[in-house]
Design a protein around this ligand. Structure first.
Ligand SMILES: Nc1ncnc2c1ncn2[C@@H]1O[C@H](COP(=O)(O)OP(=O)(O)O)[C@@H](O)[C@H]1O
Ligand SMILES: [Mg+2]
Length: 355
């Protein structure tokens, strides 16, 4: 959908803001771009709607070089939300929202119903707020109008450059929820810039982490936390945890209900059709038992992260595996138990828990 190929930007004063940046945003995806101040986030955004030209490299939208688009068409099909609330102060809220639909020559009636629809979507009653001037709204409400103004003419792409950073934490959280819901409902392609890793992880389908004009890692929030590519990513992520990082012994079944002794195995052989784990008289792991037969199983060390355990289940196709500490059998684990644990802990925050 949006594709950067080897894009470099050097400003006239010699500052190189981007160095050979290559990435793409899929249709309907919300990509968050995060990184320290000055790493090139705004430069990246401004290039997408041609406010800034690359020094080298190319940018494509729908496989067409953006140089080849009519500039108005390009900009009208890209909604842009800025950090500083950029509503026109002398215009009413409805006039502010109507700007691009009017440029696109929509019918008055269609514009009006679009305004109602959008205002309702973000919880601002049209009857109450349509005729107000921006300064008669709170900061959070104004920014909400900024967001729906960017959506007004139904653009394919929405760019948001630190749209919430000037807001208080409560308005900010509310707007983050709005964006997540919007994204679910309308499936727009959104590039969302922030310098806040919490916001990036909470909102992004994928997160693009930048440093000094280069991309360090583009990944899902999960992978960013689980498999940071280097020390810089680790540091930027901080001490966030994913439920995938829990150790297997946290959820291992210690009841012994799927454990049999060698002696029981000999005795009950004829009727043990389920999957069991066999231990010896001292509680050491011996083997698995399936369909009354002994089977070799991979063992899960007690401190193994669930993510790795899930990989082992997938590779071996086993239903039940032993959890051990050294030779000692401390419990059993099934794939199902992993799934249940994750379901419990994966919240709306893309499965990343703040600690
Ligand atoms: N118009 C400009 N002229 C010269 N340097 C600029 C200009 N705009 C931005 N820069 C520099 O380019 C780098 C990236 O800036 P920017 O894209 O705004 O970063 P971010 O949005 O991540 O904070 C910074 O070093 C900044 O000082
Ligand atoms: Mg910026």
């Amino acid at each position: 959908m949006i594709e950067f190929k080897n894009v470099t930007k050097t400003y006239p004063d010699g500052t190189t803001a981007l160095r050979g940046v290559t990435f793409s945003v899929e249709e309907g995806e919300l990509l968050t771009v995060v990184g320290p101040s000055g790493c090139g986030k705004t430069t990246t955004m401004k290039m997408i709607n041609r406010l800034i030209k690359p020094t080298e490299g190319s940018i494509f939208i729908h496989n067409k070089n953006i140089k080849e688009f009519n500039i108005h068409e390009l900009r009208w099909n890209i909604g842009y939300v800025l950090q500083q609330i950029a509503l026109f102060p002398h215009m009413t809220i409805e006039e502010n929202i109507a700007i691009v639909p009017e440029l696109k020559k929509w019918k008055k009636k269609d514009i009006s119903s679009r305004i109602d629809e959008l205002m309702n979507m973000v919880g601002l009653e049209p009857e109450t707020y349509r005729k107000r001037k921006p300064d008669e709204l709170s900061g959070g409400q104004q920014q909400r109008i900024g967001v729906i103004r960017a959506l007004a003419a139904d653009p394919d792409i929405i760019l948001m450059d630190e749209p919430f950073s000037a807001l208080d934490p409560i308005s900010r959280e509310k707007l983050q929820q709005d964006i997540r819901e919007l994204q679910r409902k309308i499936k727009k392609t959104i590039v969302f810039v922030t310098h806040d890793m919490d916001e990036a992880l909470a909102l992004g389908d994928r997160v693009c982490l930048m440093k000094e004009g280069e991309i360090v890692q583009v990944d899902t929030p999960q992978n960013m936390v689980l498999e940071p590519k280097n020390e810089f990513v680790k540091e930027f992520i901080g001490n966030r945890k994913s439920p995938w990082q829990s150790a297997v012994d946290v959820i291992a079944d210690r009841s012994g209900s799927r454990v049999i002794t060698e002696e029981e195995f000999e005795r009950r052989k004829f009727d043990s059709y389920g999957a069991y784990i066999m231990e010896d008289a001292t509680g050491n792991y011996v083997s698995g038992v399936k369909q009354a037969e002994k089977v070799d199983l991979p063992v899960l060390e007690n401190d193994l992260p669930l993510k790795k355990a899930a990989d082992i289940f997938e590779q071996h196709g086993e239903e039940l595996l032993p959890v051990v500490k050294g030779q000692q059998l401390i419990g059993t684990l099934s794939y199902r138990e992993i799934v249940l644990h994750l379901k419990q802990h994966v919240s709306t925050e893309n499965g990343v828990i703040r600690s």
